[in-house]
Design a protein around this ligand. Structure first.
Ligand SMILES: Nc1nc2c(ncn2[C@@H]2O[C@H](COP(=O)(O)OP(=O)(O)O)[C@@H](O)[C@H]2O)c(=O)[nH]1
Ligand SMILES: [Mg+2]
Length: 192
C-alpha cells in the first residue's frame, strides 16, 4: 500500500472504543522498543506518534488515520516498564486487552521486538494471547541498524525460534534507515 497522508485522530484512556469505519492495525510491544518510531517511519512523519526518551509514558491508545480514513494505525501502550506501580501496570493491561478483545475493526497486530534481544516472556505471552483470541499478528524485529547485516540475520532466527515461526515470518526493519519498510507495507496490503 502507499501511504499518502497520516494524521492523529484521537486517544483513549478508558474502556471506550473509537469506532471508525475502516480496518485497524495495532502496534504492540514493550515500552521503548520503537513502536512510535515505527509509525513515524511508515508514515514518513518524524513526529506523528511522539517518540520519547522517557519510556513507559504512553498510557493511552493512540489512533492515527492513514489516507483520510482508509485505515487506522493504533499505537498501544507499551508493556514491561519497571518503574510503574502495579496498579498502573494492571490498568494498562486491562486497556490493551479490552481493545484487543472488543475492537471489531482490528485486522491484525504488528508485534514489535528489538532484534538485538531475545523476546521477553511478556512478548511471548502476548503472542499466545493473540493466538488464543484468533487475532493474527506479524512479528517485526526493529533497530536493524544497530547490528551488522550478518548479525541481524542470525538475530532474526533467534527471534523466529522463540516465537516458533519461520524466519520469513519475521520482518527485519529499521525505523532509523527505513530498511524493511516495503515489506511492512506489503504485509499491510495483503492483510487489510
Ligand atoms: N537506532 C534506532 N533507534 C530506534 C529505532 N526505533 C526506535 N529507536 C529509538 O528507541 C527509543 C524508543 O523509541 P519509541 O519509538 O519512543 O519506542 P516506544 O516506546 O515503543 O514507542 C527512541 O530513542 C528511538 O529513537 C530504530 O529502528 N533504530
Ligand atoms: Mg511510544
Amino acid at each position: 500500500m502507499i501511504i499518502k497522508n497520516a494524521e492523529y485522530v484521537t486517544s483513549i484512556v478508558t474502556k471506550k472504543l473509537f469506532e471508525g469505519n475502516a480496518p485497524e492495525v495495532a502496534i504492540a510491544g514493550r515500552s521503548n522498543v520503537g513502536k512510535s518510531s515505527f509509525i513515524n517511519m511508515l508514515t514518513n512523519r518524524k513526529k506523528l506518534a511522539r517518540s520519547s526518551s522517557e519510556p513507559g509514558r504512553t498510557r493511552m491508545l493512540n489512533y492515527f488515520s492513514i489516507n483520510n480514513g482508509e485505515l487506522y494505525l493504533v499505537d498501544l501502550p507499551g508493556y514491561g516498564y519497571a518503574k510503574v506501580t502495579d496498579k498502573e501496570r494492571d490498568s494498562w493491561k486491562k486497556l490493551i486487552e479490552f481493545y484487543l478483545e472488543k475492537s471489531t475493526n482490528l485486522r491484525f497486530v504488528f508485534l514489535i521486538v528489538d532484534v538485538r534481544h531475545e523476546p521477553s516472556d511478556l512478548d511471548l505471552q502476548l503472542a499466545e494471547y493473540l493466538t488464543y483470541y484468533n487475532i493474527p499478528f506479524v512479528i517485526v524485529a526493529t533497530k536493524a541498524d544497530k547490528l551488522s547485516k550478518a548479525a541481524a540475520k542470525s538475530a532474526v532466527s533467534v527471534v523466529a525460534k522463540s516465537f516458533n515461526v519461520v524466519t520469513d515470518d519475521v520482518l527485519l526493519v529499521s525505523s532509523l534507515t527505513g530498511v524493511g519498510r516495503d515489506a511492512v507495507l506489503a504485509a499491510l496490503s495483503s492483510r487489510i
